[in-house]
Design a protein around this ligand. Structure first.
Ligand code: HEC
Length: 155
C-alpha cells in the first residue's frame, strides 16, 4: 500500500515535470514573435523616457537624455531580426504586408535607425531646440512604420 502511493507520487511528479517543460519550450517562431515584441517594449521604454522630457513632464538633463538617445539608437536595430519566415500569424499585431512589401519595411526600419542615430548625435551637443526637432523625426519614423505595418485594435 505504501509502495503503491510512492509509485503514484512519482508518476504525478513526473507529469508535473512534463507540463513544466512544455510551457518552457517555445517554437523558434513563437520565440521570434516574443523577441520582437520584447525588443519594441524595451525600445519604447527609453523612447517614453525622452518623450516625457520633450513634453516638459520631466526636466531636461543632458547626460540622462544622451544615455536614453544612445540606447534608442542601438535598440532600434534589434526588432527587425524577429520577423523571420513563419511568424506572419500567431500572437502578433504585425501586418502580413511586412513579408510582401519588404522594400517598404526595410525603408521604414532604415528611417528609424538613421533618425535615432542623428538624435544621439544631436543629444551630445545639448541644444534643446535641436534635440526637440530631431526627436520629432524619430517620433515620425515610429508612426510611419506603425501606420504601414501594425494592426490597429479594430483590424
Ligand atoms: C519598421 C517598422 C517599425 C518601426 C520603425 C517602429 N515599430 Fe513599433 N512595432 C512594429 C511592429 C510590426 C510591431 C508589432 C510587433 C508584433 O506584434 O509582432 C510593433 C510593436 C510595437 C510596440 C508593442 C510591443 C508589444 O509588446 O506588443 C511598441 C511599444 C512599439 N512598437 C514602439 C515603437 C516605438 C517607440 C518606435 C519608435 C522609436 C517604433 N515602435 C518603431 C513596427 C515598427
Amino acid at each position: 500500500m505504501v509502495r503503491q502511493s510512492w509509485r503514484f507520487a512519482c508518476v504525478f511528479l513526473l507529469l508535473l515535470g512534463f507540463v513544466g517543460v512544455a510551457q518552457a519550450e517555445m517554437t523558434r517562431e513563437e520565440y521570434a514573435i516574443k523577441f520582437r515584441k520584447s525588443s519594441y517594449s524595451v525600445l519604447g521604454w527609453y523612447y517614453g523616457s525622452m518623450h516625457r522630457v520633450i513634453k516638459g513632464i520631466n526636466p531636461y538633463d543632458q547626460a540622462a537624455f544622451l544615455r536614453d538617445a544612445e540606447r534608442v539608437a542601438f535598440l532600434s536595430k534589434l526588432p527587425k531580426d524577429g520577423f523571420i519566415a513563419g511568424t506572419e500569424t500567431g500572437d502578433t499585431k504585425a501586418k502580413p504586408e511586412i513579408w510582401t512589401k519588404t522594400e517598404l519595411f526595410k525603408e521604414d526600419n532604415d528611417r528609424l535607425e538613421s533618425e535615432a542615430a542623428k538624435l544621439a548625435e544631436v543629444a551630445k551637443g545639448g541644444d534643446f531646440n535641436l534635440i526637440k526637432e530631431q526627436f520629432g523625426k524619430v517620433q515620425k519614423a515610429c508612426k510611419t512604420c506603425h501606420d504601414d505595418f501594425v494592426k490597429r485594435k479594430t483590424e
